[in-house]
Design a binder for this molecule. Structure first.
Ligand code: FAD
Length: 318
């Protein structure tokens, strides 16, 4: 079922969902099932599966020259989505990127998803690869997520890339896009970022799922600004419980989101990561309760493949 239909059918009740990562190459899918099993008690409306494109590494050869090598550490997004739908009968939502995909790759990827009965996707640009500063699309690929949304929307109206193929059937993908309550790191301003978000919706996106945030007021302001700008699609908050002290520096650095001072002090004072986990759970429960009162359509958790903390939070909330 489409995410937008899940939301409509819930009649104002807040749904539960979460995001997982494919395991590192060489690992078994059982680790994914082990992380999903406990969370089934909250009847997830859907499960997102991230996409990880190939990265480039430079390795030093024996002759001293550098050799560029392609590595793909977490393949398997499509396979995991199919396995989730088959085993749990829950909608799996693969993320799909501009980065690393030509338009033809995108079309073929979507054909596979459609044949597997996957009806939802989150359309994203992706980040610059680690060996480059700026995002570079593939030749004949998309530069921004809005262009990817447009291609998916065209397939939904039966328009495929090769216009000489007649009578292409229309796919029916429901399309999610990313939103940033604290602005995307490359955007010149918050207003510019919202303007670009609106263009993703105008291109045909059906809902927004946000980057993690730790201060609900940032989310409330973001929703307000979106509504002022005429964005009326559902906005799903993405939240994440902290689990380690190192995240105090890693999360702001990598995702460009703030961690409130009160939370920083509590985590910094914690005697070990076991204590940090408890603090993260407590903070996330309070965040979730406030978001529920605000009437969010879905509470979407970034599980990072660990479910014990989400389980504790869910038992307080759902
Ligand atoms: P876009 O919407 O294309 O925006 C990128 C930047 O360009 C923004 O600063 C925007 O303001 C600006 N912009 C947009 N249009 C224009 C324009 N016409 N002119 C000038 N500037 C413009 N990454 C992965 O690799 N795999 C994942 O599975 C994944 N999942 C994610 C899930 C969520 C919920 C979120 C929030 C992020 C996820 N990411 C993932 C990270 C994402 O790929 C990065 O944040 C990426 O840098 C931006 O992607 P986007 O789709 O928001 O890009």
């Amino acid at each position: 079922m489409k995410i937008t239909d899940h939301i409509k059918n819930a009649n104002g009740k807040t749904l539960f969902s979460f995001e997982i990562l494919p395991p590192l190459k060489g690992q078994n899918i059982q680790s994914i099932f082990d992380s999903i099993d406990p969370l089934m008690e909250f009847d997830p409306a859907f499960i997102d599966v991230t996409y990880h494109r190939e990265e480039y590494e430079y390795i030093e050869r024996q002759d001293g020259l550098l050799e560029k090598r392609v590595v793909r550490k977490r393949p398997g997004t499509v396979g995991i989505c199919a396995a989730i739908q088959n085993k749990y009968k829950v909608d799996a939502v693969p993320h799909i990127l501009c980065g690393g995909f030509t338009r033809e790759d995108t079309e073929n990827f979507l054909i596979d998803l459609d044949f597997l009965g996957i009806q939802n996707v989150v359309a994203l640009r992706g980040d610059a690869v680690k060996t480059e500063i700026y995002f570079k699309p593939e030749k004949n690929g998309h530069h921004f997520a809005k262009d990817l949304v447009k291609q998916i929307r065209e397939m939904n109206s039966g328009k495929y890339l090769d216009e000489s193929i007649e009578n292409c059937y229309p796919t029916e993908f429901c399309i999610g896009v990313a939103g940033y309550p604290e602005k995307h790191m490359e955007a010149a301003s918050f207003s510019q970022d919202i303007h670009h978000l609106k263009r993703k919706i105008e291109a045909g996106a059906d809902y927004i799922v946000t980057q993690m945030f730790f201060d609900n007021h940032k989310f409330f302001e973001f929703v307000e600004k979106c509504r002022e700008e005429g964005i009326s699609v559902p906005i799903i908050p993405g939240i994440k419980p902290l689990v380690t002290k190192s995240q105090l520096s890693m999360i702001p650095h990598r995702f460009k989101v703030d961690i409130p001072n009160e939370l920083v002090i509590a985590v910094a004072k914690a005697k070990d990561n076991k204590a940090v986990k408890e603090i993260g759970i407590e903070w996330c429960i309070n965040q979730s309760k406030e978001l529920l009162n605000y009437g969010v359509p879905v509470l979407h958790f970034y599980s990072m493949g660990k479910s014990d903390n989400i389980l504790k939070i869910g038992r307080e909330i759902f």
